[in-house]
Design a protein around this ligand. Sequence first.
Ligand SMILES: *Cc1c(COP(=O)(O)O)cnc(C)c1O
Length: 381
Amino acid sequence: MRSPLYVTRPMLPDLGHLDGLLKEIWASRIVTNGGPLHGRLESELTSYLGVPTAMLFNNGTIGLLAVLKLFDLPPGSEVITTPLTFAATAHAIHWNGLRPVFADVCPETLTIDPASVKKAITAKTSAILGVHVYGTVCDVEALQSIANEHGLKLIYDAAHAFGAEIDDCPVAMFGNASVFSFHATKLFNTLEGGLVATPNPDDREKLYYLRNFGIRNEDEVVEIGINGKMNEIQAAIGLLNLPQVEQERCRRRALREMYNDALDGLPGIRFQAPQSRVKQSEQYYPVVIDATIFGRSRDDIYEELKARNIFARKYFHPICTDYEPYRGFPIFSARVEPYVQKVKSQVLCLPFFGDVDKKDVEEISLVFRRPSAVRRVRAAS
Ligand SMILES: *Cc1c(COP(=O)(O)O)cnc(C)c1O
């Protein structure tokens, strides 16, 4: 049996380099609360991401909580988002005393569908929270024009979109704010971590308070903040990982080509078309498997890969409206049937990181190309 192949693998720095930074931390005994490494990483990321405001957080979820507070959305108001995302997106809305409202996704990109967003707008809507899911960017122009027309804030969950660009413009310059995650599973990681970026330099101050209990100085607390602080060891990992990101992205880009070639022409199998004018982050490689044409389902392929020690992931199954707390929440759609209800059982994310090699891709493509054991068993029973 081959060694296990997972959907992703965290990029880690050279241990020798880490040792040098750990010695700095030990010498200063400054381990958190905005230490020197934190300061360095924040300034490097501000230029890397090309935004006026970039504030580190201890994880992406706390970043999402803080960004929703940043805009003082009316309590109980509605935030339109996509159900095809990680749990953090909808939960952050709910934890802010706001109501998540789910809109359908576009069949081509699987990102939130602007026409469906329009259907979901009510007098109580205060914001749209789009997700650049898998690293595919949202239709930022259409969403912005809806937000402008209805006076809504436009926020992006950019957990999958680190370093993405649209028309050479950094992805975080679109909308009112973007939240990145630096969790170990993400392209750029600090073990756990996150960042809130906005195109507005005036947002820095309030985010600073929101991140640190609202403390202004020893005598004043000026906001109802939270503990969103990244510690110095996380920052050290970030400082060492950042210079490796571009190389990892290139290797993933080459891997994407390999997969595209290997899966090309299979009836019922669709991989994501490149988006024109977009520099992809290269976070995930999702395929959409239409069982009625392909003959085997997403779950069949998932099981067959698993039997070979290859662990693809059914991101994002279950979708938010299938979670117990959001059951019964409608999905607003510009279609008769929400597309997301169909695609949720069709998407599979294949192993996607720089060290996945040609042999791995061949092994995976063989599973797609040959009639499966599962199918034969089913036919026999
Ligand atoms: C990873 C992720 C987050 C945030 O996760 P943290 O683990 O809190 O950093 C938010 N949204 C999406 C879509 C994610 O994939």
